[in-house]
Design a protein. Structure first.
Length: 70
């Protein structure tokens, strides 16, 4: 589960940058759309593989038995 920490921090920088660019949103819907688009753009740049993914996947499949595809 700790394998996801770096990508979450990386995504956080996009959200901080979004907040600095625009500090007032006209509505809650506008804020949600901006957050969605920032997250969408951040995930486009996630191209690196996760180190020891086989081990992480094995541990997750034990913790969440029957929830992950084989």
């Amino acid at each position: 589960p700790t394998a996801y920490c770096f990508s979450q921090l990386k995504q956080g920088t996009y959200l901080i940058r979004l907040n600095r660019q625009r500090s007032v949103f006209p509505s809650d819907t506008a804020l949600l759309k901006a957050l969605y688009l920032a997250t969408f753009e951040a995930t486009k740049k996630w191209t690196t593989t996760i180190r020891n993914w086989a081990q992480v996947y094995g541990e997750l499949s034990i913790m969440y038995e029957g929830r992950l595809p084989e």
